[in-house]
Design a protein around this ligand. Structure first.
Ligand code: ADQ
Length: 482
């Protein structure tokens, strides 16, 4: 029977979709290809096996996390260890053995459920840092299907990994995938660096690594947005998404409220812009930042810090008919969001570390080409690797960001148009439809388990040597539909 696409992620989208980039990107991909999406239901509960939710263009199978799994696997190891560690915030890592134990046991439990559903000719596409060891457990259960992982967040530097009790586990877990997809070439370089430091690994020029009896390919697949669909949203969104409160000139920021997004520095830079550069001009910064992971202490702190900062800046500069920072602490419907982006003279993305950053791409996608706004983009967001004609800034340098705001608001039309054209080419090139196609094509072409007895791969086969011919794989259904 022809194989199916099985997507596995930490969270499965339910009605009232989440604000995360992962949900937005995958919904679009699976709607096109059909298949199965497996993930945790947002409500904690006792249900131990998979159950079907909703209906639609693909099957959605959910499982429930127990209270303890939620605390130790999700909030604990995923969000208090891996998230800060992979975003260069080792200072926020909380090491507890219960976190790792439950992270492993949840991944093992999930592997049982996936193994029951998967057939040998399926393609299994695992998403993100919550599920790094999933393929390792699936292989233990004898699952032979091709398994790919896409990591949505940055790949950490070797030095950062060393704060874990046993950093070598990553090389072991990840080698059970056939394909490791990362956001950028810089992420790929860091992943290869990790394997280079591991004696068990051997390398091939195309980024493949031999590890024990498996061959894993490491490659960047920069994620993007559904360009046409998002542009249509902007076209159909009502002319004035603000109602009576339309600001005259505004800059937009849209982020989950997360310490990686550099929001305090953004507010400070806007305050500095008002102080040093504005000269009678009265732009507003509209910051849309829905809360996430509020029970984690680091998130509570940043919420308070932003309220304090916006209050201080508004207290100092506001006038009866002008609010400098409009800080909206909740999600906004996507059609309104598209309209708000379109009207903004600039967009501020100031992430301190970010896998890609889809907001940057959404903003560029909906600009009017002959009168576009300006993207101010952190050089630490993955998007900066391709969108080199955005106004790139160091988000730690508040003066530089303040100056970039001034530059953006005064930029001549000709320069705005040229920069936008170049950024738009990057947005088009990474359209989520193409992204899915590229990832799945590479997964289909991947080699997986090696015939070690052939003797072709010993410690002497190094960079530059021939790798064995990939096996012929039959995958008619997916090949046709992507
Ligand atoms: P996120 O950290 O969630 O994603 P991002 O890439 O910016 O970050 O995606 C956010 C998405 O949520 C965007 O589509 C945005 O429009 C939407 N969104 C945010 N706030 C919203 C609001 N208030 N109302 C409505 N929609 C809102 C993770 C990684 C990123 C990576 C993506 C995709 O951290 O680096 O780019 O996955 O791989």
């Amino acid at each position: 029977m022809a194989g199916r696409l099985i997507v596995v992620s930490n969270r499965i989208p339910t009605e009232g979709a989440t604000a995360g980039g992962l949900a937005v990107a995958l919904h679009d991909s699976l709607s096109g290809t059909g298949g199965i999406w497996i993930g945790a239901h947002p409500e904690v509960g006792p249900e131990e096996s998979l159950f079907e939710i909703g209906d639609g263009p693909y099957q959605r199978l959910a499982f429930q996390l127990s209270r303890s799994e939620y605390e130790n696997y999700y909030l604990g190891f995923s969000n208090c260890v891996l998230w800060p560690l992979f975003h260069r915030r080792s200072d926020l890592v909380v090491l507890k053995s219960a976190y790792l134990q439950e992270y492993l046991s949840l991944n093992r439990r999930l592997s049982n459920m996936v193994a029951e559903v998967a057939r040998p000719d399926d393609l299994i596409w695992v998403h993100d840092y919550h599920l790094l060891p999933l393929a390792h457990y699936l292989r233990e259960q004898g699952v032979a299907a091709k398994i790919g992982l896409f990591l949505h967040i940055p790949f950490p530097a070797l030095a950062d990994l060393s704060i874990l009790p046993d950093p070598s586990i990553f090389a072991e877990w990840l080698a059970s995938y056939d394909l490791l997809g990362l956001q950028t070439q810089a992420d790929t370089a860091r992943c290869l660096e990790m394997y280079r430091a591991d004696e068990r690994a051997e390398f091939f020029q195309d980024g493949s690594i031999k590890f024990r009896d498996r061959l894993v390919r490491v490659k960047s697949f920069p994620i993007g947005i559904a360009v046409d669909a998002f542009q249509s949203l902007a076209d159909y969104s009502t002319g004035n998404p603000f109602g009576a409160e339309q600001p005259q000139e505004y800059i937009i920021g849209v982020d989950r409220l997360d310490y990686t997004k550099g929001l305090p520095n953004r507010f400070r830079a806007f305050g500095e812009y008002l102080h040093d550069y504005a000269e009678g001009r009265r732009p507003s910064l509209i910051q849309i930042a829905p809360p996430t992971r509020e029970v984690v202490e680091a998130y509570r702190q940043i919420t308070e810090e932003l309220e304090e900062l916006s209050g201080r800046i508004n207290g100092r500069y506001a006038e009866l008919d002008w609010t400098p920072i409009r800080y909206i602490h909740r999600p906004i419907a996507r059609d309104r969001l598209a309209g708000i982006y379109r009207g903004a003279r600039a967009c501020l993305v100031t992430s301190l570390a970010d896998g890609m950053n889809l907001v940057a791409k959404e903003y560029v996608a909906v600009q009017i080409p002959d009168d576009p706004g300006v993207l101010i983009l952190s050089r630490f967001a993955g998007a900066a690797e391709d969108m080199t004609d955005a106004l790139l800034v160091n988000p730690y340098d508040i003066d530089e960001v303040a100056k970039a705001i001034d530059t953006a608001l005064n930029m001549p039309a000709e320069e705005r148009i040229a920069r936008h054209r170049s950024c738009m080419a990057a947005v088009q090139a990474t359209d989520v439809g193409r992204w899915t196609k590229h990832f799945l094509a590479a997964l289909i072409a991947s080699q997986g388990r090696l015939a070690i007895s052939s003797g072709k791969h010993d410690r002497h086969s190094r960079i530059g040597e021939e790798r064995p011919e990939p096996r012929q794989v039959k995958f008619q259904h997916v090949e046709k539909s992507i």
